[in-house]
Design a protein around this ligand. Structure first.
Ligand code: G3P
Ligand code: MG
Length: 343
């Protein structure tokens, strides 16, 4: 009958779509769920008219914790199970770098958490700026370094350590120290801390940044706050003024292509988990709050994009982002976006 045919068409369409959700400003603010997110995810988990599951992945420029830890925390606040197999944070694709670099300086994040992240990825020798401070705190005259941190640090004789690369995984909590130690290594003789290279044409060792966002939404009642992109631009400016040359660097995260390619792989295997089919859906809907990363990146990659008003974007009713407008629409929150797509 016509009704049955329509239902079949609906199921077919539902099986050919998937969502990619941004986290900060869409599903959560820091460690607090955005309430509409819970209902949205329940709906996609099968609580809908067709009773069908619609696959979704989470694609965030956040980071600083292991994938396991962050997914567990998200499962609690969003009240639906979130698997690491549907989760990509800024530094997740950087795991592949562990094939090329053994000894790395990992920068950013709370305490020593990013050491665990990098070790999980398979990097053999992982040091943080605080390990260097524990060895010689005078390396950073304006450091923030507590006795408690000293207890957890792994100081070694850094004169003998040859760093292969610098990985910025999350926001610096001590810009002065991190600027100093990163510049030291970029200008060092082959990555040996405390040495100075005679060749200033290129940086001595490679540097990777996990994402490039300039600002992020926070609990602050004023404009969004600066994040890793602002930190990187400062490093680039210092490097340029010291050497006259542009810093060679690689940036991951949205809206960089490498991150979307990685997302495709995750999406494919997640499709298999949900629908038993290892292929990309025809329609991917990105729901994001930041036009300069989520929306521009999604548009460039051929995804449908939905912009929400619960985060960085603060346009009024009827307004879209002027430089990179969302191609599917602008919504008050994630639930409105999901409902419109499913409709
Ligand atoms: O830019 C830093 C981070 O808070 C962004 O996270 O989930 O909005 O990509 P997300
Ligand atoms: Mg966001």
């Amino acid at each position: 009958s016509q009704v049955q045919d329509m239902a079949k068409e609906q199921v077919k369409a539902a099986k050919n779509m998937a969502f990619a959700f941004d986290i900060d400003g869409v599903l959560a603010h820091g460690n607090h769920a955005i309430l509409e997110a819970r209902e949205s995810l329940k709906m996609l988990n099968g609580d809908n008219e067709l009773g069908i599951k619609i696959p979704y992945i989470l694609l965030t420029n956040g980071g600083g914790k292991t994938e396991e830890e962050r997914c567990q925390q998200l499962s609690e606040i969003l009240e639906v199970p979130i698997s690491v197999n549907q989760f990509i944070q800024s530094h997740t694709p950087m795991q592949a770098l562990s094939e090329y670099y053994e000894t790395v300086l990992v920068v950013g994040g709370e305490g020593f958490k990013c050491r665990g992240v990098a070790q999980n990825y398979g990097f053999k020798h992982v040091y943080t700026p605080k390990d260097i401070l524990a060895w010689d705190q005078e390396a950073s005259p304006w450091r923030c370094f507590t006795e408690e941190e000293r207890v957890h640090a792994h100081p070694v004789d850094f004169k003998r350590v040859k760093f292969d690369a610098i990985l910025v995984f999350a926001d610096s909590r001590d810009y002065a120290t991190d600027f100093q130690l990163i510049i030291d290594l970029l200008l060092s003789e082959n990555g040996y801390f405390g040495t100075k290279s005679k060749n200033l044409e290129t940086n001595s060792i490679p540097i990777y940044f996990s994402q490039g966002d300039m600002v992020m939404p926070t609990q602050f009642k004023g404009p969004p706050r600066m994040t890793q992109g602002a930190f990187r631009i400062a490093i680039e400016a210092i490097y340029k003024s010291l050497t006259g040359n542009d810093l060679e660097r690689v940036v991951y995260g949205k809206p960089e292509l490498a991150t979307y390619k990685y997302a495709d792989e995750v999406l494919k295997s997640w499709m298999e988990e949900i629908h038993n089919e290892n292929k990309l859906p025809q329609n991917v809907y990105m729901v994001g709050d930041n036009p300069a990363s989520d929306i521009i990146g999604g548009n460039m990659y051929g995804w449908n994009t939905c912009l929400v008003r619960t985060g960085v974007f603060q346009g009024g009713p009827g307004e879209n982002a002027p430089d990179s407008p969302a191609n599917f629409g602008v919504f008050d929150n994630v639930l409105e976006a999901v409902k419109a797509v499913v409709r």
